[in-house]
Write a protein that binds this ligand. Structure first.
Ligand SMILES: N[C@@H](CCC[C@H](N)C(=O)O)C(=O)O
Length: 287
């Protein structure tokens, strides 16, 4: 099985071209290929698929095998993968995800012509609890800077969906943030029927946020594109930031713009190929 390892500011996935043949058991493949010390090593597996409704389709599996609806860093890499592997010659393309069709505009280096990144129209963010989905004890419509009781005390959460569910928590210091303790506890808190990605973020200025993320199904990662959008949305919705925000993550920076005219969120960032490889899965069809 051929694969390409790619990353968007350190959020790395194993990309598999499924446009000619299906990949059996992608959940098992993600569990098997993601471990960093005993396998290829990645935050999960992304399938590049055909689509009847868009130029291409994608599916994303976290390292625990769970399937997510959307991946912000992944979709930029899918567009680069498609262009570099001649699956398309388009530099503006539509990609079908389980969270709907997104449009991606590739960014090329002028001198080399190489695709170095992309801007993605992430669509309209969702703040309504019922649609995220998130349960609140007193049935609030939106959970904006809302107090939540945890074993580690009260935390103030803003709930946002950017295709997948996110909880944004403002902290004084991202270095000291309880990413590995509160992160998994909140990910599995029954308030989230489908679990959630947990962001610990700090507003540096009206145009700059720094954050760390505990990703649903993958643990702490170096970056999360949908998570960066969620933090920017939470900061803009609460008046902490203006419409254009640079979100600084351990792996690098993403530029987020929430357009007031159409309510769409745009994310710009790099897409990088690390290496190509071949892999023989250990599981059998009867596993
Ligand atoms: N890293 C991604 C998000 C991947 C899926 C997420 N862990 C989930 O389960 O929702 C991104 O860049 O958005």
């Amino acid at each position: 099985m051929r694969f390409t390892k790619m990353h968007g500011i350190g959020n790395d996935y194993i990309y598999i071209d499924c446009t000619e043949a299906e990949t059996p058991s992608p959940q098992k493949l993600a569990i098997e290929m993601s471990p960093r010390h005993t396998s290829v090593g990645a935050d999960g597996v992304i399938l590049v698929c055909r689509s009847e409704k868009a130029d291409l389709g994608m599916r994303i599996f976290n390292s625990d095998g769970s399937e997510a609806l959307m991946c912000g860093n992944g979709i930029r890499c899918v567009a680069k993968f498609a262009y570099d592997h001649q699956l398309t010659a388009k530099t503006n393309l539509s990609i079908e995800t389980l969270a709907g069709i997104k449009t991606v505009s590739l960014i090329k280096d002028e001198a080399s012509g190489e695709v170095t990144g992309a801007t993605v129209d992430m669509g309209e963010p969702v703040l309504e609890c019922a649609d995220i989905p998130v349960y609140s004890p007193v049935n609030v419509k939106r959970m904006i800077e809302y107090p939540v009781q945890t074993e580690q005390g009260e935390v103030v959460v803003t709930a946002v969906s950017v295709g997948n569910p996110h909880a944004v928590i403002w902290v004084d210091s991202i270095e000291q943030a309880p990413v590995h303790t509160l992160g998994p506890k909140l990910e599995h808190n029954p308030m989230w029927p489908n679990r959630a990605n947990i962001e610990f973020a700090h507003v540096l200025s009206p145009s700059k946020i720094e954050m760390r993320v505990w990703e649903r199904g993958s643990g702490e990662t170096m970056a999360c594109g949908t998570g960066a959008c969620a933090c920017a949305i939470a900061a803009i919705a609460t008046g902490h930031c203006e419409r254009k925000v640079d979100v600084i993550l351990p792996g690098g920076t993403l530029n987020i713009y929430w357009n007031p005219d159409n309510n769409h969120v745009y994310m710009t960032g790099p897409a990088v190929t690390v290496f190509d490889g071949t892999y023989t899965p250990h599981f059998t069809k009867t596993d």
